[in-house]
Design a protein around this ligand. Structure first.
Ligand code: FAD
Ligand code: SF4
Length: 479
């Protein structure tokens, strides 16, 4: 019997199943997850839309090559645990990526049905099977190879570090993860807000790694508390994987950024996430109180979108996003832009801040902006914004949050003499082997590529793990 009983012609007529969500006006006042997840019958209905292409564009456009066609086909058979296990062959954190991957540019962007109507909701199905597996309590832990006697230090507990840890422990190596902060999970925990990715999901993935034998040490700033040299020489680690991300915030470099009430999005979100402000009944707000205030966030990516939606949830009177290009150029996930609009976030597009203005006591009172228009395309093909002369105006606000990007923190690079870095302080690593210029040291994730995505960081972690395993097995080092 075929796994999908619906005739192919009929499948193409089926509408895409809509993800149930909390009502916009209700969710804008709480930190609970926006998307509620698919029920089994809805997931089956969505999976049955798949036409099982001979050359599946979905797989070609998945950065880690998940066999999506087979996963979807297993959902059609009703064997959800088998679908989850198939997914885990290539993706170690499906409950996370199902929620945060920019699917429209990846798997769903490659789905043939998208070219004729609407693509299969691959992200929603991925989330469904991962949640089903977790709730079933039947998460099968993988087999661990016999101990090799080798040990690996991983610096950073974001998606790159966690996926490398999961693969290396299975090969029988001793694995210890060093994390600078007091919480594990990297951006998944201190950056992405609770309403998009509940912390309990990341915690559960980390406790699975502990059960496999991965050791974790928090509050260790490698490069300060201990250097890479010391880890290798004194603590006898045979290899080190540097996965420290790109968490150093960039600013606008305009007058007034020192005023009270101005934050980087990184600081704002980290405070909210790590100091539990998303539980407002139990914890105080560890930021300048947004309640009743006008908040303006600068930027068009996921970080800016998260900050502006968070400020709304903290009680902002008016939460505005200022972005210098138009909506089509916004790098944020489409779903986040759509959700933000539904929640009443005001968009000031083609607008660029030129100054932050304040009162005589040093408190922010407004953001002076200019209007922009799109000119010639830049080197990435995006049309360059050009200032419209004489278009200055002020947006009154008491809180301004700058979310225009992050870059590499130079600490490890500056304390590890023979580690090659780019002129922007990213670590140089071979894209195939993730080997750096220093023997035994590998690097991957945002610290190599610059700020990217969760799935790319996970892919880098897995590639590094395979390469570290090769090195530990045959001892040959070539950059
Ligand atoms: P990180 O996740 O940054 O983890 C690095 C870890 O290393 C951190 O825990 C850090 O504390 C630790 N560390 C740093 N220096 C040291 C040191 N010296 N010693 C010890 N530990 C150290 N991507 C998506 O795909 N979808 C999204 O929706 C999305 N939304 C985002 C929202 C926000 C607010 C942010 C900031 C990013 C978002 N991203 C999103 C990007 C994505 O989260 C990152 O690309 C990804 O987390 C990078 O993973 P990583 O493991 O390289 O680094
Ligand atoms: Fe199914 Fe779309 Fe992948 Fe084709 S491209 S196999 S329709 S999910």
């Amino acid at each position: 019997m075929p796994s999908n009983p619906v005739p192919v012609k009929e499948r193409m007529k089926l509408p895409r199943v809509v993800m149930p969500e909390q009502e916009p006006l209700i969710r804008a006042g709480n930190f609970k997850e926006v998307n509620l997840g698919l029920e089994p019958a809805a997931a089956l209905q969505e999976a049955q839309r798949c036409i099982e292409c001979a050359k599946p564009g979905c797989i070609q456009q998945c950065p880690v090559g998940v066999n999506i066609r087979e996963v979807v086909s297993l959902i059609c058979t009703g064997d959800i645990l088998a679908a989850a296990s198939k997914m885990r062959e290539d993706n170690a954190l499906p409950a996370v990526t199902g929620r945060v991957c920019p699917q429209e540019n990846q798997c769903e962007g490659g789905c043939l049905l998208g070219k004729r109507g609407s693509s299969i909701a691959i992200g929603n199905l991925e989330r469904f099977i991962a949640d089903y597996e977790r709730n079933s309590g039947k998460l099968g832990l993988p087999q661990i190879a016999p101990p090799t006697g080798k040990s690996v230090a991983i610096v950073g507990s974001g998606p790159a570090g966690l996926s490398a840890a999961g693969d290396l422990i299975q090969k029988g190596h001793r694995v210890r993860v060093f994390e600078a902060l007091h919480e594990l999970g990297g951006v998944l925990v201190y950056g992405i807000p609770e309403f998009r990715l509940p912390k309990a999901i990341v915690k559960e993935e980390i406790s699975n790694l502990r059960r496999l034998g991965v050791q974790f040490e928090t509050n260790v700033i490698v490069g300060k508390s201990v250097t890479i040299e010391q880890l290798m020489r004194d603590e006898k680690f045979d290899a080190v994987f540097v996965a420290t991300g790109a968490g150093l915030p960039q600013f606008l470099d305009i007058p007034g950024e020192h005023l009270n009430g101005v934050y980087s999005a990184n600081e704002f979100l980290t405070r909210i996430n790590l100091m539990r402000a998303y539980l407002p009944d139990d914890f105080d707000q560890p930021v300048y109180d947004c309640r009743g205030k006008d908040v303006v966030v600068v930027g068009g990516g996921n970080v800016a979108m998260d900050a502006v939606r968070t400020s709304k949830r903290l009680g902002a009177n008016k939460a505005t996003l200022v972005y210098r290009r138009s909506e089509v150029e916004m790098p944020a996930r489409r779903e986040e832009v759509h959700h933000a609009r539904q929640e009443g976030i005001e968009f000031q597009l083609l607008t660029n801040p030129v100054e932050l203005v304040g009162d005589e006591k040093g408190w922010l009172t407004g953001m002076k902006c200019v209007r922009m228009e799109l000119g010639e395309p830049d080197e990435k093909g995006r049309r360059r914004p050009v200032e419209v002369k004489g278009s200055e105006f002020i947006i009154p606000c008491s809180v301004a949050i700058i979310g225009v990007g992050t870059t590499a923190n130079p600490l490890i690079q500056s304390t590890t003499p023979d580690l090659g870095v780019t002129n922007r302080n990213y670590i140089i690593a071979n894209p195939e082997t993730m080997r750096t210029t220093k023997k035994g040291v590998f690097a991957g994730g945002d610290i190599v590529t610059g700020a990217a995505t969760v799935i790319l960081a996970m892919g880098a972690g897995r590639k590094a793990a395979a390469s570290i395993n090769d090195y530990l097995t045959n001892g040959v080092w070539e950059h």
